[in-house]
Write a protein that binds this ligand. Structure first.
Ligand code: ATP
Ligand code: MG
Length: 164
């Protein structure tokens, strides 16, 4: 059985994340999703709690039996990061990421790493979506239905505006 790992902060969970996970799911039997900086919430860069981000993902993914989600708090040390992740999640075979540092760290620890390349990065970006929300621009078509629903339930727009 082939298991793929995807780690993100998902602030919020957007269509770029969804496409990355769907691509990983095509080539794997099981997906492990790590919520990075899980200890952070209610800041400009990290407005949502790990539990809120988990709900966005669970409501958005259409592969209900094929994934599980784990919290990964920051450790603040790149050298120890991979072993920190390994302690928190089940065994995995390949990492899907478009992040340079993450790619390097997992490769140096002997893992296979696959980059899909960025989808629509000018729009499908956490920072861009938070910026649009603060400045009152349209952002709703950049996230899956599940994220939109959770954002409504938790008044996510107001959260981001008040922190920005
Ligand atoms: P922020 O702007 O807050 O850093 P982000 O959009 O970069 O948010 P992350 O949670 O930092 O999202 O990224 C999680 C993972 O998703 C990383 O591997 C990242 O490279 C990947 N990713 C983010 N946006 C896209 C995208 N548009 N297409 C493909 N992969 C993406
Ligand atoms: Mg990022």
């Amino acid at each position: 059985m082939k298991t793929a790992l995807i780690i993100g902060r998902f602030q919020p969970f957007h269509l770029g994340h969804l496409l990355l996970i769907e691509e990983a799911a095509k080539h794997s039997d099981f997906i492990v999703i790590g919520i990075g900086s899980s200890q952070e919430s209610h800041t400009k860069e990290n407005p949502f709690t790990a539990q809120e981000r988990r709900r966005m993902i669970e409501r958005s993914l259409k592969i209900p039996k094929k994934f599980s989600i784990f919290d990964i708090p920051d450790i603040g040390n790149d050298e120890l990061w991979v072993s920190h992740v390994e302690k928190l999640i089940p065994r995995f075979d390949i990492v899907y990421t478009n992040g340079e540092l993450e790619r390097r760290l997992f490769k140096e620890s002997g893992y296979r790493v696959h980059a899909t390349g960025f989808f629509n990065r000018d729009k499908y970006s956490g920072a861009e979506i938070r910026r649009r929300i603060i400045s009152g621009e349209k952002w709703e078509d950049l996230v899956p239905e599940g994220t939109l629903a959770v954002m409504k339930e938790i008044d996510g727009v107001q959260r981001i505006k008040s922190l920005g």
